[in-house]
Design a protein around this ligand. Sequence first.
Ligand code: NAD
Length: 286
Amino acid sequence: MAANSSLGSKRGLPELNGLVNLYSSDTGEPVAVLNATALTGFRTGAAGAVASRLLANPDATTLLVVGTGSQAPYQIMAQLCVLPKVTQVLLANPRDAKKAQAAAAQMPMTLEKLFSQTIRATNSATNSVVAGLIDHRLSEVEFTGVTDLPAAVQRSRVIVTATPSTKPLIQADWVQPGTHLNAIGADMEGKQELDAKLFQGAQAYTDDVPQASEVGEIQNPIKAGVIKPEQVVEIGNSLLDPTLGRHDANAITIFDSTGITLQDLAAANLAFVRAKEQGVGTQVDL
Ligand SMILES: NC(=O)c1ccc[n+]([C@@H]2O[C@H](COP(=O)([O-])OP(=O)(O)OC[C@H]3O[C@@H](n4cnc5c(N)ncnc54)[C@H](O)[C@@H]3O)[C@@H](O)[C@H]2O)c1
């Protein structure tokens, strides 16, 4: 369940609040209540990381993230984990180009606070090593706010879009051969971040073809008659069958993430298991 309040953000609280209730599949008992906002960030970041690990050019050095909202830090951290050669992160905010510079200046601190500081606070020796690795990875990266979106797209071999846009932000002729894109934002009918023509000749992937055909980025090229749902590969299938991956180094690959319940359940369960292992969280008797 989620609640949205602009009063909350004026008081320095998150604008969107949500909770996940986890129940035992054996007994049906409630076992945990989790912060859904963080969980969504982690599971969506992880989905983007799986796609990039599978499809992006591993030599990519420049990552462009379009959209500087709640999803952006999770997407960035996840991409930095799977793309070890990325040392340049470009940030664009198509709504307000100048805000991208402020977001870029803030991003290293945001990432440190969200990831390494939180992990370190658990006081476990293993986690302290992980926090150190995150800090080291962040120290290798330069964050830059960009205002010239076409030039930034041309420079980047990995692109993440995470906005609620209803109009294409990235035009097909800006995208260079060999680029991988994770289209995260479209999760409702009418949303669109990419030019439908970009799908012409590209290799398209998604989490769930029937759902994405209705609400994901692929709804647009399907409506425009550029592709058919049968041409889109479910990312789970390409994990099982390597022949379904990138065909050649120059192909343009697109992963359309719409978010599926299975990801929420898997992420909530993993968070619960890890919290129990590490003795974090608060135990209450109901
Ligand atoms: N695929 C998934 O599983 C998944 C998961 C979570 C969120 N989402 C979607 O990702 C998108 C971003 O989520 P968020 O929580 O980061 O949102 P947010 O509101 O925190 O940030 C949105 C960003 O996009 C920019 N923006 C707003 N309207 C825009 C427009 N019309 N055109 C271009 N840019 C615009 C904002 O300035 C901001 O930088 C949303 O559409 C959300 O529904 C998808």
